[in-house]
Design a protein around this ligand. Structure first.
Ligand code: TPP
Ligand code: MG
Length: 350
């Protein structure tokens, strides 16, 4: 991987982390209402997968999708404005946190219903196959979503018709408060692909480069016409299921153990051929971003000054997104009517 790509990955991982932490604050400030599911700890999955895609590939995601949208290139201001329920949001302020949408960037949602993403993804993939295009669909889902009927129906159809879909399981080991081995008879999600003869791989979802490499490999084969793939990414969410969840079902020692393998830290290690010593990490304090900066400056790979600049840039992006959202107008009643009906050409009807 070249330096520019590595820096782009790092930028998006930092943006994902800082954007989400800011969302938590804005929720507490009363600027975001409803459910809010945050992504810290899982950044390597969205960033690794989406960076391996072409802009012409479609992305279908769940309700934990802010970072997927950001990595796909939906402007941070439009994502934040959507969370604030503002008219300038990517879903015109009528979708909210769980229903981000940007068809021009082929970001096809944002779905609140667990297991809803698969039929949408195979529908898109069927359209691609009928037109014989070199495109693919990326379908994200959680470990808790593999027990839905739509999972099996969609994997069967995708395999049967050799549809160009990459199914990506974000296995963060919990469906709300239920651990994967308590909700799934086969807790190794990748093994389920075998039932439909779908090729599969299980990767370390905390390692952005491993995720990126596995996605490139799967997409090469999908584009060669061999049909779908399933990638299981083992990851962990650092926060509760949503802002309403204090997460008491997880022992603090488990959470701490996972936080020690921060995907941001791993990403920066990958930027350099030499790994930091445990002493260097310990000396950098508890904050992963500080550790990264320390590490990079120690290695001389990404000079401290460059890292400071990158971090300042991300801070400014998040700040501008919040300002944009705050200053944007609410949708009007007229806007609500506009979004109610559409004809087959996608024109809204009143
Ligand atoms: C069909 C349906 N059933 C139940 C719910 C309630 N629900 C919301 S999130 C969730 C857990 C999903 O867990 P997982 O797929 O592992 O995703 P994660 O939240 O861990 O990212 C459930 C059961 C829902 N939204 N939709
Ligand atoms: Mg889960």
């Amino acid at each position: 991987m070249d330096r520019d790509r590595a820096l782009a990955l790092l930028h998006d991982m930092l943006l994902g982390r800082k954007f989400e932490e800011r969302c938590a604050r804005e929720y507490m400030n009363g600027n975001i209402a409803g459910f809010l599911h945050l992504y810290p700890g899982e950044e390597a999955v969205a960033v690794g997968v989406i960076h391996a895609c072409e802009a012409s590939d479609y992305i279908v995601s769940t309700y934990r999708e802010h970072v997927h949208a950001l990595v796909r290139g939906v402007p941070a201001g439009e994502v934040m404005a959507e969370l604030f329920g503002k008219r300038t949001g990517c879903s015109r302020g009528m979708g909210g946190s769980m229903h981000l949408f940007d068809p021009e960037r082929r970001f096809m949602g944002g779905y609140a219903i667990v297991g809803e993403t698969y039929p949408v993804a195979i529908g898109l993939a069927y359209g691609i196959a009928m037109r014989n295009l070199p495109e693919a669909v990326i379908c994200f889902f959680g470990d808790g979503a593999v027990n839905q009927g739509t999972f099996h129906e969609s994997l069967n159809m995708a395999a049967l018709w050799k549809l160009p879909v990459l199914f990506v399981c974000e296995n963060n080991q919990y469906a709300i408060g239920t651990e994967v081995h308590r909700h799934s008879a086969v807790p190794e999600v990748y093994k389920r692909a075998a039932a439909y003869r779908i090729p599969t791989e299980r990767v370390d979802g905390m390692d952005v480069l491993a995720v990126h490499k596995a996605t490139e490999h799967a997409l090469r084969q999908i584009r060669a016409g061999t049909g779908p793939w399933l990638l299981e990414c083992l990851t962990y969410r650092f926060r509760g299921h949503s802002m309403a969840d204090p997460g008491h079902y997880r022992p603090p020692v488990e959470v701490k153990a996972h936080q020690r393998i921060d995907p941001l830290e791993l990403a920066l290690r990958e930027l350099s051929p030499i790994y930091p010593t445990p002493e260097q990490i310990a000396a950098a304090g508890p904050d992963a971003i500080l550790k990264l900066r320390q590490y990079c400056s120690d290695q001389g790979h990404l000079p401290d000054e460059d890292f400071r600049q990158l971090e300042a840039q991300v801070d400014a992006e998040v700040e501008a997104a919040v300002r944009f959202a705050l200053e944007s107008p609410e949708p009007s009643l007229e806007d609500a009517w506009q979004a109610l009906l559409a004809n087959r050409r996608g024109e809204t009807l009143l």
